[in-house]
Design a binder for this molecule. Structure first.
Ligand SMILES: [Zn+2]
Ligand SMILES: [Zn+2]
Ligand SMILES: [Zn+2]
Length: 280
């Protein structure tokens, strides 16, 4: 049989039916609830009522857990299918919701420094899963913002976004906050008198508010710096230059981004984060 989920489903249905209706072959092999839980059930002869109360309870519990057992097995047999379910497992609960029967809303975002090696913090999003049936309690799931785009692709329904929650979907978007913070630490650049701020040539939306000045060599070893002086007038805004900076990096090693050098997008003079000055 070519599809693993079909083979698994057939085998599971047959085994479940045999387990519930216990044919003689199953009885002789000892595959019955009574036999599997015999030590907990105790002796039928010694405590008849207690034995049967326990037996009926455990049988009910085991039989009602069969669909969940099926679901978990299916996740292993055909993980790529995702079965159209959300699920969340906590110590005492397993929450499940069919995607087609729920609404998903991004309700919160938080920045977390997951590891000291990473220069940019990770953004953790909280998504609330509400079932269409209001009697069923909603539950929250959390994920890293970089996984958000993947989730949105797999979902069969749109994700709603609470106002005020800004989602940094890619590493370079997330990097912008760190980039901005570092630029703010550098000394500002004052425009020569008579020079006007022009619109950013990347987006044409906001003024070009950055100037590249070779400052890094001033600290410590003066001749070690590989940066070059850029003679361009301010042409780029912070978001555009930040995205340019991020796009020239090794995407697999974000911890190296802040310490690396990139060429000026206009004149190709090499610069680093220390050389970016906010224009005042
Ligand atoms: Zn721009
Ligand atoms: Zn330049
Ligand atoms: Zn530099």
């Amino acid at each position: 049989m070519e599809s693993p989920e079909l083979s698994f489903t057939l085998a599971y249905v047959v085994l479940s039916l045999c387990f519930v209706f216990t044919p003689n072959e199953f009885r002789s092999a000892g595959l019955t609830v009574q036999n599997l839980f015999s030590s907990w059930l105790g002796s039928e002869d010694v405590g008849f009522i207690q034995y049967h109360v326990r037996r009926t309870s455990i049988t009910l519990l085991v039989h009602s857990a069969l669909p969940l057992g099926y679901y978990m097995g299916m996740c292993i047999a055909a993980p790529e299918k995702n079965l159209g379910y959300f699920h969340k497992v906590t110590t005492y609960h397993v929450y499940m919701a069919l995607q087609s029967e729920c609404h998903v809303t991004v309700t919160q975002s938080r920045q977390h420094q997951l590891s000291p090696d990473l220069t940019s913090p990770a953004q953790i999003l909280t998504l609330r899963v509400d079932r269409i049936n209001p009697a069923v309690k909603p539950f929250d799931i959390r994920l890293i913002s970089t996984e958000y785009a993947e989730l949105r692709e797999k979902l069969h329904a749109p994700i709603r976004n609470s106002p005020n929650v800004v989602i940094h979907q890619t590493m370079s978007e997330l990097f912008l906050d760190t980039f901005r913070a570092h630029v703010d630490l550098n000394q500002p650049y004052t425009l020569p008198s008579g020079q006007e701020m022009e619109p950013c040539i990347g987006c044409m939306q906001v003024p070009a508010n950055l100037k590249l000045v070779r400052l890094c060599q001033a600290e410590g070893a003066p001749n070690v710096s590989e940066c070059q002086q850029c003679f361009c007038r301010p042409m780029w805004c912070l978001s555009c230059l930040g995205r340019w900076f991020a796009s020239r990096q090794d995407q697999q090693r974000p911890e190296t981004w802040l310490s690396s050098r990139v060429p000026c997008p206009t004149c190709r003079a090499t610069f680093c984060v220390l050389d970016i000055c906010a224009v005042h």
